[in-house]
Design a protein around this ligand. Structure first.
Ligand code: ZN
Length: 468
């Protein structure tokens, strides 16, 4: 046995937890970070030269819709995860609203097995909130990332989707609290949303702004409040996904502080880097739910990032076919945009522009998401023992955003043409190079299930991993 490491990343600035940096090297053996040091580069079978580069943990995107199985003409897990890899995202957590909705333990096991050999990056799975109350303990043992509660839809990708009843909501929150599984909520209050939609339809509105006007901020804030209050009542941890602006954020934080809610808030690049002006300019193709809001809301989210009230950033990567976006009335078009590949580059650009520190980017995209979905014993930080999921970013490089060049099946991006400071050079998953010098070098997908680890199910998870 040689004395050196399997792999060493040399001459980079390694971003460690808490904003600490080490200008030096990082050693990897058996797919894990073994040591970080300064000075002479130790011996290794493979050396990656990171000179001038920032060495970051791979990003963890806790909110993707890879449409597989089901709508694989929009995206499949292989294309979505390849886009993730090129974007420096080494773990994705997929939402349950695929063709085969993940509700039961069998659904969960089947989807994990189905995704084996299909994913370029490691993956976790959320399960559906509705109908899951009887299965939460077993889902926790299998490593479910969360229960996704979709408050704001009467239909879901064209199918009828009934909101959960109060009885069901109560039962699922109690089961989630019992199993220490968090609930992730899409917070939009359906009755208000339907009222606004119907009223605007009756008025004959068909302009591009009608979509946002049909789902105003207070509708989001009401759902945030309801979810927070219910979570407190049943002792459950709550994560508010894709929060869009000022009033919803102030509502979330006010209730967190006033009631002691165990609550975290996520936002997405589309809310940080776009506004209703971009929607007016680009039209329905960049329509998302909840809507992209005003510059005032955008500024409130950046304030939240500065203040620490925004816990994490995720992409809500939600591809649709171009024809899904073509409707005479924007109220009839599908909402959702691609974003997994542009998320980290946009945030790195923001750091290069001085909007936030690179350490804060690592928190928002790596360390906090890992904590959120209980992967923080393995992922999200470059500390010894953790998976060597690594992104090397050259801050002197430039990234030109081009929809045509994205690796998703969909090629419309709201960030088309942007010139971003910084460029992703290398991406490694568990110590194995995926991307080198900007090119895919892995021959086949080797991403695997990364189960969330719950306190009461440690031995069961170990069993599950042994089986996998
Ligand atoms: Zn989503």
């Amino acid at each position: 046995m040689s004395e050196g490491y399997d792999l060493v990343i040399a001459d980079g600035v390694v971003q460690l937890p808490g904003g600490e940096t080490v200008a030096g090297w990082l050693g990897v053996t058996d797919g894990r970070v073994v040591a970080v040091g300064e000075g002479a580069v130790p011996r290794a079978d493979v050396v990656i030269d990171a000179s001038g580069g920032q060495v970051l943990p791979g990003a963890i995107d806790t909110h993707v819709h890879f449409r597989d199985p089901g709508d694989t003409d929009k995206e499949d897990f292989t294309s979505g995860s390849l886009a993730a890899a090129f974007g420096g995202v080494t773990t994705v957590v997929d939402m349950p609203n695929t063709g085969h909705v993940v509700v039961t333990p069998d659904d969960f096991r089947e989807k994990c097995a189905y995704l084996e050999h299909r994913s370029w990056v490691d993956f976790g799975l959320h399960a559906n909130f509705n109908d899951s109350s009887g299965f939460v303990d077993e889902l926790a043992e299998l490593g479910v990332a969360s229960l996704k509660w979709l408050m704001g839809y009467a239909d879901w990708k064209g199918y009828q989707y009934q909101p959960s009843s109060y009885a069901e909501t109560r039962a699922t929150f109690m089961a989630a609290a019992h199993a220490s599984v968090g609930v992730m909520v899409h917070a939009e209050a359906l009755p208000w949303l339907l009222d606004f939609r119907d009223r605007l339809r009756a008025q004959g509105r068909t302009d591009v702004g009608v979509h946002a006007d049909s789902r105003p901020p207070f509708v989001e804030a009401i759902a945030v409040a309801e979810a927070a209050i219910v979570a407190v009542e049943f002792g459950c941890r709550l994560h508010i996904v894709h929060l869009t602006g000022d009033v919803p954020l102030r509502t979330a934080i006010a209730l967190r502080d006033a009631l002691g809610a165990d609550l975290t808030v996520e936002t997405c690049p589309q809310y940080l880097f776009l506004s209703d002006e971009d929607v007016l300019a680009q039209g329905v193709s960049i329509q998302a739910n909840p809507p992209i809001r005003s510059l005032h809301d955008q500024a409130a989210l950046w304030d939240g990032i500065a203040a620490g009230t925004i816990f994490s950033v995720a992409s809500d990567h939600a591809p649709h076919l171009p024809e899904d976006k073509q409707a005479e009335n924007p109220l009839d078009a599908l909402s959702g945009i691609v974003g997994v590949e542009t998320m980290l580059p946009l945030m790195v650009d923001a750091a290069a522009s001085g909007r936030l520190s690179l350490a804060r980017v690592v928190e928002l995209l790596c360390a906090h998401p890992a904590r959120l979905v209980r992967l923080d014993d393995r992922k999200g930080s470059l500390v010894p023992g953790h998976d060597a999921d690594i992104v090397i970013v050259d801050l002197q490089g430039r990234t030109h955003v081009s929809g045509e060049a994205l690796h998703s099946k969909q090629h419309t991006t709201p960030f088309e043409g942007r010139e971003l400071r910084g460029a992703i050079r290398h991406v490694l998953l568990r110590g194995r190079p995926l991307i080198s010098a900007g090119r895919l070098v892995a021959r086949e997908p080797f991403g695997r299930h990364a189960p969330s680890l719950y306190p009461r199910s440690r031995s069961s998870i170990a069993r599950h991993e042994a089986i996998a």
